[in-house]
Structure formats: C-alpha cells, structure tokens
Design a protein around this ligand. Structure first.
Ligand code: NCD
Length: 334
C-alpha cells in the first residue's frame, strides 16, 4: 500500500508488504538517526507536534526524526497553554494548525480526537497515542525491533509464543501491537494481566480470527513460562482509576531478574514500550533485570527514530529519494 498523503491512525492500516517497504527505508536511515550520515530531504517542511497528554520519548523521537530529515518542528504540549483551554474544538485546532504545517502528530486523551482531527486537517495526521485506544507508531517500532532481535537469534516470528504482560486493558501499545502481530502466522498470544485489566475482546477476536491461539492468564509466572517474546507494560494509573485501586490482591506482576531466570528461555526477547515504573515495589519490569542480555528495551527505544523517519518519508512520498541524497557526516557522536 502506498502511504503517500495518508493519515496514520491505526496499525490495522498496515499489511506485511507495506511494513517490509517501511522497514527497508528505516534500515537505510539508521546511520542518519545516529548522525553518521546526513540528509536534508525535508528542508523547508514543518511538523506540527501536538501532545495534549504527557510524553517524552514519543515526542522527542518524532522531533529527532523530522529534524534529522532536514525539517523543522513546531510544538504545543499539554492543554493548559493551548486554545483548547478557551473552548476551541480539536477539529478547529487541527484545521487551523494544518494551515501552518506539512504533517501533524497528535496525542490526545480522547480516543475519538484523532479521527476528528484527521477529518478536519488539510495535511496527514499521525496518531501519537489516542487515549486507551492505539499507538500505531509504537507498534511499528516494536515490530521492527522484534524482527531484528529474532533475526539476530536466527528465529522466526511465525509460530512463536508471545506473552503480553501488565495493563492490557488501558495499554494502547498492546492494542496496536496485537494488530501487527496478527499479520504473522500461528502465534500463541498469552495475555497475562490482573483479571480486571485484561485485553479488550475486540483485539482478541481480531487475533483469533487471523488464526492465532489466545490464552488468558492471571498468574505472571505461568504466563511467561517458555515464551519467545515477553512484552511488558506499565499499569496505566492515569487511565485505570478505580481499576488500579483494585490491584491489591490480584497477584504479583513485578517482573524481576529471579523470575526471568526461572521462567524465561535463554533466547527470550524482553521488551517494554517505556516508561517503566521504577518506583519501589511497582508492578512492572524491575530495575534488577538491567544486566540481562535478553532485555531489548533500549534497542527498542533507539528504533523509534529510524522507524519514525521512515514513516515521514513514506507519508510525504520521498522514500525513493533517500538513498541518492545521503551524505557522510563530518562529525558523529555515536
Ligand atoms: C506508552 C504510551 O504513551 O502509551 N509510552 C510511549 O509512548 N512509549 C506507554 C506508556 O505510557 O505506558
């Protein structure tokens, strides 16, 4: 599928062929993301970055991606300093800002805001996270990471056992990732969460319809045993409200070094979209796992820049012009 001029709202817009093309472009751009090569192919272009919910890595990696392609970024963060505080609708906001920019990234707590923005916008809109709905660009970089980790291990994604752990109800990265994983074959997807934070049925149905086996498990150690990929997530306290208060008594979901060693295979790939909750006793991927070579979390976050660069290149229709436009850098920090 040609992504030129498309809004990127959900990961169900992608098929394997489109992903292959996108990831080929991302491979080409890794050296640019690291500063070893330079490209100014988006010189003069403006990205409007509208993050109405907290963000660090997503926002900064979109910025870095656009700037390393030669473009400039114009921001607004939070609702406090935006005209939304004066009653402006998201549709009006998106239409106005689309007159100032060539592409827009929006993160908003309201799941419907992204579609309303896309309908009103004159330029492509990219979903940077819509409430508890989706986070398609995170899923794109997650699958890119999974491909590269599995390739290094000489393993196939098809046929593997994937444990999705944590807040599967409000965790939007999981929702988008299930859609991309479902494009593969013969997976066993184990949803490991407290019973009240289990994955919404719509995503499970989608995976089951694509022929994958779904297991629901409320016990962490049973759920992660023997998995090829462990994808951990943070409890979304800001969304879960009372559901989080109910967490006491629903089991221990802290993934520690001891549990990884006891239950996970030597080739298991451990991922997390970050941020992880590093506070003492948090039900998340524990800090004591940091020396484990199976932990791919920083290779995963590093993939954010080349994958988002590739997405901009495809949405703005310049992907084919990249290879001839690369120049070697006279400096490099990495
Ligand atoms: C995620 C998000 O915002 O959904 N963060 C991110 O973009 N990498 C995950 C989270 O906040 O838990």
């Amino acid at each position: 599928m040609d992504l030129t001029g498309q809004h990127i709202l959900s990961s169900d817009q992608f098929d394997l062929e489109t992903l292959d093309a996108l990831y080929d472009t991302a491979d080409l751009l890794v050296s640019v993301a690291k500063g070893r090569q330079l490209i100014r192919i988006l010189e003069g272009a403006v990205l409007a970055s509208l993050f109405f919910e907290p963000s660090t890595r997503t926002r900064l990696s979109f910025d870095a991606a656009f700037m390393r392609l030669g473009g400039a970024v114009s921001h607004t963060t939070g609702v406090v300093f935006s005209s939304i505080m004066k009653g402006a609708s998201i549709a009006d906001t998106a239409r106005v800002i689309s007159g100032y920019a060539d592409v827009m990234v929006i993160r908003h707590e309201d799941e419907n805001a992204i579609v309303e923005s896309a309908q009103a916008s004159l330029v492509p809109v990219i979903n940077g996270g819509n409430g508890a709905g989706e986070h398609p660009t995170q899923a794109l970089l997650d699958l890119y990471t999974i491909r590269s980790e599995f390739q290094c291990l000489g393993r196939e994604i098809n046929g593997s056992r994937v444990a999705l752990v944590g807040d599967l109800k409000y965790g939007r990265t999981i929702h988008s990732l299930i859609k991309l994983l479902s494009l593969h074959q013969n997976l066993t997807i184990v949803c490991v969460s407290p019973p009240h934070l289990t994955c919404p049925q719509v995503y499970l149905d989608l995976a089951a319809k694509a022929g994958h086996r779904i297991e629901i498990c409320a016990d962490l150690c049973t759920g992660i045993a023997g998995c090829d990929l462990l994808y951990a997530t943070r409890i979304q306290a800001e969304r879960a409200g009372e559901d989080v208060l109910n967490l006491a008594g629903s089991g221990d979901f802290r993934i520690t070094k001891a549990k990884l060693n006891a239950y996970c295979l030597p080739h298991c790939v451990v991922m997390h979209p970050l941020p992880r909750d590093s506070r003492l006793g948090a039900q998340d991927l524990a800090e004591d796992t940091k020396a484990d070579p199976r932990l791919a979390i920083f290779r995963q976050s590093d993939s954010g820049v080349p994958v988002r660069m590739a997405l901009f290149a495809h949405v703005l229709g310049i992907a084919k012009k990249i290879a001839p436009s690369l120049k070697n850098s006279v400096w490099s920090s990495k």
